[in-house]
Design a protein around this ligand. Structure first.
Ligand code: AMP
Ligand code: MG
Length: 819
């Protein structure tokens, strides 16, 4: 569900990745002014202006991480200048725009983002860059992340000059001559001393605010502060909420409470008008009276609603604060209610979103990030919530990201990771289809993508003809009140027309497909006639003018589009094309895809396995999946984990193919190893994607070829291929339909999951009692191939989904392999 954002979201990027040459190689972001590192000034100035913040640093990362914002380094090594930082930030940002700010100019204007954005929109420019009245200040810029491919191509060319890259795009130059202070930067120790003299010292609260900003956010994308109360049932969530509500109301807040009900929620009863409207099929029934209003909406799928869906229904006027009961697995800040006497385990150790524990046992030890609250003191719990809310809404905390210092697989969302949607968007943006090939004879076009739309050269059918065996006659001569006799004046067969004309009182014996005789426009099927006197038949009443006749062009009209460009030709299309007499069509050239596996432990079939060695299966999975897509395949075998061999293989692959795929060697442990080689040969990004399996993925260009570095684990290879490579290949091949078909099915298994990552589980989907149902296909480890082969679909569990219970509706992507 996309929310309509009236203003685009912006990530502020502090560029602290420079060499600091004129400062004796010092890291300028950490240089101090009035006793505080420069980076803090910029964090403080940026926080109120942007939706998220990234720090771009190429050393001292641990120091920068103390600020609890993601720290990213350039993909290019050796301090290649601001453009390298731009590229790294565009890759990591989860927003539409980045606002780049140098780390060494501490006096950033409070409305920098707003002014750049306003100018960009006003001038309909692609990028907006600050101007100090005398010259452009190129690193104070607002840039859409969609320009990443353009920037990468520029960098891949060896270009580093910022203004040359800007010159390739529509740029708004934005006047900041009224606040030239913001461009005063520190390049030399002397400038540092000057700035120290002339700038004012920061206020004491600033540092605290900077630190606070990295904490867990609880503001929904609609702007409501949302906090949950979670507990095992029977612990007293509802009681606590009813105690808190009057206290929070007394503080002047309008409150929305959302409760998740597990069952078939019934608010009205049979017989009520509202019930009858619902029964009659209304999708939504709104009841309104002077006292209150109620809205009942039928859930179209049987899937448990997600909190985001429910939040869309919330009335802004009633939502100074949204309290949530239930939705235990949703990634929102929560207060856990805990009574040891209930005998249930604590939730917070497994839920990083718990910010406080309300308990009746105040002797419990809780970690520092969880605030302990006395369950018997609702006043103090209400006070905690009020303070929490104030922090959420303060401008310094307007980041909506959940940011922690040490990301791990168990996290709701690793801040450095990309969502699957964003990864796909970046991959699919700017992919250009290969050039069309020459015309192909009709049969050879099967499975190929049409380069041009096929326009019908004729009408199908090309003549008005009968749809039935029967008798053709004139509609103005059909029987009126009683049956009538007609004289049979001749016969019409398919391919053998009747040459005369059908007059009143006459009919022509006609076969299916035969041209309609002149004068006749209606056919009465044989079964509805009776034999009459010699040479006559009788027809009864109840016939319709024009019945049982196929008009010329009824199937396909001459000049109409039969098949659009970008359509992959299937057997039915072959028949349609043949029916038009089309002997050849223009198709796109098939893609050439080269791939190899990396890993010293891999052996090819036919070799014997020593201990620790495994047979290479990834090339077989890739071969099989590529075959399904009708591409030309270049299998380059197994390449050892040896830089020279990998480099040679990559070069050969890139020279020979449109797309190069590798598997293995991109996980955290090995990334640096291949990274160096790839950086030398092409422009590659190393991503951590919030999916399971298949978190690491390398993507970019190697010379003219597109490159995907897939993970090593066999299931992860197949999942990442299906999610990222396949749509890209289809688009490159010129196909316009590259999104997979997803079906809803009722899940019959319990699928354990934490919110925060999109998961792909292997499932077996089938029909049962007229409905699609799906079970998981055995053990789900990312190296466990057998569940992939046993399964016939991927069960897709979206990022925000928690554990799926039997009976929930899930989406499945059916493999549909053909043998
Ligand atoms: P890597 O990403 O290279 O660290 O590999 C992750 C895991 O996948 C390791 O257990 C590898 O042995 C396994 N693996 C990598 N490539 C292949 C392959 N081509 N066939 C089977 N297993 C592989
Ligand atoms: Mg490996």
């Amino acid at each position: 569900m996309t929310q309509a954002h009236s203003t685009p979201r912006i990530t502020g990027v502090i560029l602290a990745g420079g060499r600091g040459s004129r400062m004796g190689g010092q890291d300028k972001g950490l240089l101090e002014l009035h006793g505080r590192p420069l980076v803090e000034y910029l964090l403080e100035a940026l926080q109120p202006q942007v939706d998220a913040i990234l720090i771009n640093a190429n050393r001292n990362q641990a120091r920068y991480q103390q600020y609890h914002y993601p720290v990213i380094s350039d993909d290019l090594s050796d301090y290649q200048g601001p453009l390298a930082g731009f590229a790294a930030a565009m890759q990591a940002a989860q927003t539409d725009y980045i606002l780049t700010i140098p780390c060494d100019a501490p006096e950033l204007a409070a409305d920098t983002a707003a002014r750049l954005l306003a100018a960009l929109q006003r001038e309909q420019a692609e990028i907006a860059v600050a101007h100090d009245g005398e010259r452009l200040q190129p690193v104070h810029a607002l840039l859409p992340v969609s320009l990443l491919p353009s920037l990468q191509a520029f960098l891949a060319n060896g270009d580093r000059k910022i203004d040359l890259w800007y010159a390739q795009h529509r740029m708004a130059s934005v006047d900041f001559s009224d606040c030239r202070r913001m461009f005063r930067n520190i390049n030399t120790p002397q400038q540092q001393a000057e700035l120290e003299q002339s700038s004012s010292s920061p206020d004491k609260g600033a540092k605290r605010r900077v630190e606070a900003a990295g904490r867990l956010g609880g503001v929904s994308s609609n702007g409501f502060p949302v906090i949950g109360v979670c507990a095992w049932s029977g612990t007293g969530k509802t009681t606590l909420l009813t105690e808190l509500i009057p206290r929070l109301k007394a503080a002047g807040l309008s409150l929305t409470v959302i409760k998740h009900g597990h069952h078939n929620l019934e608010l009205d009863t049979p017989g009520k008008d509202s019930y009858r409207f619902r029964e009659a099929g209304a999708d939504q029934v709104v009841l309104a009276s002077r006292k209150r209003m109620a809205m009942m909406q039928e859930c179209k799928t049987q899937r448990e609603p997600e909190l985001v869906d429910v939040l869309r229904l919330v009335n802004r006027d009633c939502a100074d604060l949204v309290l949530v009961e239930g939705f235990k697995h949703t990634a929102i800040p929560k207060i856990e209610v805990y009574r040891p006497s209930v005998g249930k385990p604590l939730l917070y150790p497994n839920d990083s979103h718990v910010i406080a524990l309300a308990t009746d046992d105040m002797t419990l030890d809780v970690p520092a990030h969880v605030t302990k609250l006395d369950l018997n003191q609702p006043d103090s719990i209400a006070e905690f919530i009020l303070q929490w809310r104030t922090r959420q809404l303060a401008p310094v905390t307007n980041t909506n990201a959940t940011i922690r210092t040490a990301p791990s697989c168990a996290d709701a969302r690793d801040p450095g990771s990309l969502s699957i949607t964003e990864a796909r968007r970046r991959i699919m943006a700017n992919l250009q289809a290969v050039a069309p090939a020459l015309k192909r004879p009709l049969r050879d076009a099967l499975g190929q993508v049409l380069a041009h739309a096929v326009i019908s050269p004729l009408n199908v059918p090309n003549h008005v003809n009968s749809a039935m065996d029967g008798y053709a006659l004139r509609s103005d001569d059909l029987p009126g009140d009683d049956s009538r006799a007609y004289r049979v004046i001749g016969k019409a067969f398919a391919g053998q027309a009747f040459s005369g004309e059908c007059g009143k009182g006459e009919c022509v014996r006609i076969m299916t497909g035969a041209s309609m005789p002149a004068g006749a426009d209606t056919v009465v099927m044989q079964e509805h006639t009776e034999a009459g006197a010699e040479g006559y038949i009788r027809i009864g009443t109840g016939h319709r003018a024009g019945q049982n006749v196929r008009q010329a062009g009824e199937d396909i009209a001459q000049g109409s589009t039969v098949l659009p460009a970008g359509h992959r030709v299937n057997p039915a299309d072959l028949a349609v094309l043949a029916s038009l007499g089309i002997a050849e069509v223009s198709v796109m050239r098939p893609l050439r895809v080269a791939f190899f596996s990396t890993g010293d432990e891999l052996r090819s079939i036919g070799e014997t396995l020593a201990e620790g060695q495994v047979y290479d299966s990834n090339r077989y999975a890739l071969y099989g999946m590529l075959q399904q897509l009708n591409v030309d395949i270049l299998d380059m075998g197994v390449v050892r984990d040896d830089p020279a061999s990998i480099e040679t293989a990559l070069q050969q692959a890139a020279a020979a193919a449109d797309v190069v795929l590798t598997s293995g060697g991109v996980s955290v442990g090995e990334a640096d190893y291949i990274k160096g080689i790839l950086a030398k040969l092409g422009q590659i990004n190393f991503w951590k994607i919030a999916i399971k399996p298949g978190r690491p993925l390398a993507f970019g260009t190697l010379g003219k070829a597109l490159f995907f570095g897939l993970p090593g684990n066999p299931v992860a290879v197949m999942v990442t291929f299906l999610q990222f490579v396949q749509p890209a290949l289809l688009k490159l091949a010129g196909e316009t339909e590259y999104e997979p078909l997803l079906l809803d099915a009722i899940c019959q298994s319990r699928l354990k999951k934490q919110p925060g990552r999109t998961e792909f589980q292997r499932g077996i989907v089938r029909r049962e009692a007229g409905k699609l149902v799906v079970d998981k296909a055995g053990y789900q480890g990312s190296g466990v191939l057998s569940s992939m082969s046993k399964g016939n679909c991927l069960i897709i569990l979206p990022e925000e989904t928690a554990t799926v219970e039997p009976g929930d509706v899930v989406q499945v992507q059916v493999f549909g392999w053909s043998g």
